[in-house]
Design a protein around this ligand. Structure first.
Ligand code: IPD
Ligand code: CA
Length: 267
């Protein structure tokens, strides 16, 4: 189901871009699923992480569509060099498959992520998980949605009533946040190591209160920021900043954010 962004009401900013993003993510999802059912071979990138033919094909598909439709926009994606249009105030941010480890091992928790940054702000985001038949999206000032229905973060007000999700513990350790993680574990009611898009999605929908990621990139985080914000929650990096370009984040329902961030930092 698509948001009604072109008819009836006056056009809300970025509505056409959102429709475009939803369409192209759906097409990328079909590509990913066609490989998923046939069998997948992964290779190692220079940094040791896996990449599959589907990652590359999906990114090519999305880049080509953006270049045709929005030739004045810059493009940042995981699998190819940044396409910079000087003087452009807009940049598309692509993760063709988030959760490539899962994808390559036939675990269905993977998604195509796409966001648009305008004047430094993330203004729309899509998370399309074809094997789970779920699509999340948000548009600035309009709201956050899952498969056409509005979503909201939870109203839980304290860390000791919270479920805390986290990505890769090895990077939490190597980036010096292990003691912080221990403090959060002691503070919160329940913890789950759901990485990839899934740990974020639970926060978007009020099924968990917070999610921590470290050692990630803008393409892993850009749509997560706008979706959690439009669902009523909060996104910061681990220094409390708003950027998706600093390699880490805490997202939450907003109410428990400072308590968790302070515990992480030992304040
Ligand atoms: C990965 C996922 C994962 C995170 C990794 C990312 P990828 O994305 O987002 O949750 O912990 O750091 O690299 O590489 O599968 O697109
Ligand atoms: Ca990826």
């Amino acid at each position: 189901m698509r948001p009604n962004v072109t008819f009836g009401m006056p056009q809300i900013a970025f509505g056409r871009e959102l429709s475009f993003a939803l369409d192209i993510c759906e097409q990328a999802g079909k590509v990913a699923m066609s490989h998923f059912v046939r069998g997948i071979t992964a290779e190692k990138k220079m940094d040791g992480t896996p990449v599959t033919e589907a990652d590359k094909e999906c990114e090519r598909l999305i880049r080509k569509a953006i270049e045709e439709r929005y030739p004045q926009d810059s493009i940042l994606g995981e699998e190819e060099a940044e396409h910079v249009i000087s003087d452009s105030q807009r940049r598309w941010i692509i993760d063709p498959i988030d959760g490539t480890y899962n994808y390559a091992r036939r675990v269905p928790f993977f998604a195509t992520l796409l966001a648009l940054e305008a004047d430094g702000d993330i203004v729309l985001g899509v998370v399309h998980a074809p094997a789970m038949s779920e699509t999340y999206w948000a548009q600035k000032g309009v709201g956050a949605f899952r498969n056409g229905g509005r979503i909201f973060v939870s109203s839980v007000g304290s860390a000791n009533e919270s479920q805390f999700n986290f990505g890769s513990p090895d990077r939490i350790l190597s980036r010096g946040h292990w003691d912080g993680l221990r403090r959060i574990v002691e503070l919160t009611r329940r913890q789950r190591g759901y990485g990839d898009y899934l740990g974020f999605a639970h926060v978007f929908c009020g099924q968990a209160e917070a999610m921590l990621e470290t050692g990630v990139y803008a393409w892993d985080l850009a749509p997560m920021k706008i979706i959690v914000e439009e669902a009523g929650g909060k996104f910061t990096d681990l220094d409390g900043g708003a950027s998706v370009h600093t390699g880490s984040c805490l997202i939450s329902n907003g109410k428990v954010h400072d308590e968790l961030l302070n515990a992480l930092k030992g304040k």
